[in-house]
Design a protein around this ligand. Sequence first.
Ligand SMILES: Nc1nc2c(c(=O)[nH]1)N[C@H]1C(S)=C(S)[C@@H](COP(=O)(O)OP(=O)(O)OC[C@H]3O[C@@H](n4cnc5c(=O)[nH]c(N)nc54)[C@H](O)[C@@H]3O)O[C@H]1N2
Ligand SMILES: Nc1nc2c(c(=O)[nH]1)N[C@H]1C(S)=C(S)[C@@H](COP(=O)(O)OP(=O)(O)OC[C@H]3O[C@@H](n4cnc5c(=O)[nH]c(N)nc54)[C@H](O)[C@@H]3O)O[C@H]1N2
Ligand SMILES: [Mo]
Length: 759
Amino acid sequence: MAKDDATVTYDGPAGGWGSLRGIARIVREEGISPGAIATLLEQNKPGGFACVSCAWTKSADHKPVEFCENGAKATLWELTGRKAGPEVFARHSVTELKSFSDYDLEQLGRLTHPMRYDRASDHYVPCSWDEAFAAIGQELRGMDPKKTVFYTSGRASLETSYCWALFARAYGHNNLPDSSNMCHETTSVTLKKVIGSPVGTVVLDDFKHCDAIFFVGQNTGTNSPRFLHDLQAAVKRGCRIVTFNPVRERGLERMISPQDPVAMVSGHATELSCQYHQVKPGGDIAVLLGLCKHVLAADDAAQADNRQIIDRAFIAEHTVGFEAFEARVRQVEWAEIEVVSGLTRAAIEAAGAVYIEADSTIGIYGMGLTQHVHGFENIATYMNLLLMKGNIGRKGAGMSPVRGHSNVQGQRTVGIAEKPELVPLDRLAELFDFEPPREKGMNTVEACEGILKGEVTAFIGLGGNFLRAIPEQRAMEEAWPRMRLTVQIATKLNRGHLINGEVAYLLPCLGRSEMDLLTGKPQVVSMEDSLSSVHGSVGKRKPASDQLKSEIEIVSRIAQATLPENPKMMWSRWAQDTALVRDLIEQTYPDQFKDFNARIFTPGGFYRGNSARERQWKTESGKAEFVTPEMLSATGFDAAPGRMSLITMRSNDQFNTTIYGYSDRLRGIEGKRDVLLISPREIERHGLTVGERVTLVTDAGDGIDRRVGGLEVLPFDLPDGCVGGYYPELNPLVPLSHHDRASKTPAYKSVPVRIERTG
Ligand SMILES: Nc1nc2c(c(=O)[nH]1)N[C@H]1C(S)=C(S)[C@@H](COP(=O)(O)OP(=O)(O)OC[C@H]3O[C@@H](n4cnc5c(=O)[nH]c(N)nc54)[C@H](O)[C@@H]3O)O[C@H]1N2
Ligand SMILES: Nc1nc2c(c(=O)[nH]1)N[C@H]1C(S)=C(S)[C@@H](COP(=O)(O)OP(=O)(O)OC[C@H]3O[C@@H](n4cnc5c(=O)[nH]c(N)nc54)[C@H](O)[C@@H]3O)O[C@H]1N2
Ligand SMILES: [Mo]
């Protein structure tokens, strides 16, 4: 749809009839049976299964339908009637499959049989589970464990994740990169440093008491739509939402709840953000300093008549580093802030006024802050803003990063970490009678570096699409086959499964919506959401194939085939009874998982606690720490003629590398993903024509040619100096070295690029 100023845009609200049509389309395309739709109704209900899509929390008071457009798509994607069985692989060689789009690959349907890659014929061929486990075990036994990598995408349950991390350590390494290394690792590192807890501090109830919510770089309408209901309720009782985002995301502007029949019929949408500021990508440190500057100025004025805006008592009792930060804020010039942020002083002051008036504020953020070269400073400066008014550790206030995958936060909680200091290794040693490795393992960027250097011999992927999600895709695809062993545990075929080591297996697993009936009685698994609540989940659907095994069984069988006997590690019993694993999690983390099995089906989940919420600061200084950022821009590169900052984006019709379809409804982009989004002003400045095809070339100055061509120029409402396009198609443009300095999270939200005309 075109707007007056000729940019593409969407006129409707988030939610509403559009979201229902979105679900209906997937039902048609996936060949969904009525039984699958019945299964969907059990989603996020007591005794049902936890949604496989985002990590937003599940409330204790259930509505008749507890799923959103994108949660429904994720579940229906898993429950598809299509099968990618041995006949599909007999028909298509692996080279042929490489020419399929991401969408077409996953449209082949669910994987049904364990497969081995046969290099001679270039086909995947069926094999038995016994053969696969024996071969993988034999390979791993002959390798140096320190040269192997065990990757996880954030979906596997707490039980499977605990076993996975234990297996890695019993085998002999901490090389446990996780999708979180590309995502909220910046959060884990920054929040740990500044407040002593690596996760958000608010709970659902806080959204009922806050006066303001700041939204910085998170796209709720697409990525965590169930959260829209909590936001709508907050706005209806008078809470104000202020948003900073280079893109005018419809979900943050207005929504209609599909659960509200009157609104659905009348078309009456709730306005969500009272202010929407289109900050330049990487301009948030400048904005946040501007907000702090306004708070300081207001406090100076208030002090003249004996009032105060800043919570000096809180600062004195609970924090360190305020003086240095204050000096920096006073010294920074509004003119510099305006240039870097692309916003006017008046706009930032208007946002600051909302913050000043609010007694309690919640800070929300997502990839718009974490995926930058100075992501650490983004988040730390945001925390400074909250600390200045004591907005943490009290009702209705705190920081709430919105996590990605449904159990990504929980995987970290139960030991998937390359940093040994984050894991109670002594406790593990005691419980399982072994000596866990103590040296740091590889995170995602380090695993890629190792693979590029030819130093990694094996990669085992518990879910995900590593090769498509990471930076530096071309070089990585070339280096990948130099590994001796690659194993992928997955539900559907993706591009990452088509590039293989010398010995390669593709192992199909149950999805979360499916029944795990290994012993005849349904198995329970559990997940931790973004607000640190833990929920039980029981699969409901008959599995897509009788060959499928649960993730925990696959992990346990590989562990058994690899490790020497240890009577304390009862792999086969654990796979048969996940309650035993929950007992082990409780023994390993007694403070957080007390009475785990008894509490697993607590309505709304059970809260595992957070020290920072209690104003106990487990930091180096023992206090909450103000950080003084040295830079104003988070991009990590300077402006140069012709250089643009690329934002890689998610459409409303994808879950990470899984493409559900080609409708980015909430942005008005239909039928295509090979686009370059750019403002009409920049189109003119670059002498481009709407609709022409251009090439993006990375402008990193390191001599490596990285380019993606065939992108259609599409006018879109974006700030000057930046362009947008879709992830994962643009990942070949991201240099591996372009990551947050502190956490090594790839800086996917500001990649320096140039536009090359093809003609
Ligand atoms: N349907 C669906 N749901 C998902 C996912 C999915 O792909 N599809 N992915 C899941 C995962 S793993 C994750 S991590 C989350 C991701 O969810 P989000 O954290 O929302 O991630 P993105 O959509 O990548 O980007 C968020 C927003 O940041 C804005 N942005 C970009 N650069 C900047 C900047 O410099 N400053 C500011 N202020 N904003 C910026 C973008 O315009 C975008 O609106 O969602 C999860 N949920
Ligand atoms: N340019 C750019 N790159 C990015 C990002 C970005 O914003 N921009 N975002 C980053 C982020 S936030 C993330 S989290 C990563 C995502 O990286 P990953 O987590 O590695 O990728 P996904 O696309 O979520 O993985 C999808 C695959 O998971 C498998 N799968 C699905 N369900 C299950 C299951 O239940 N069990 C198992 N075993 N497998 C399953 C299917 O085979 C599916 O193809 O990408 C990162 N890459
Ligand atoms: Mo993520």
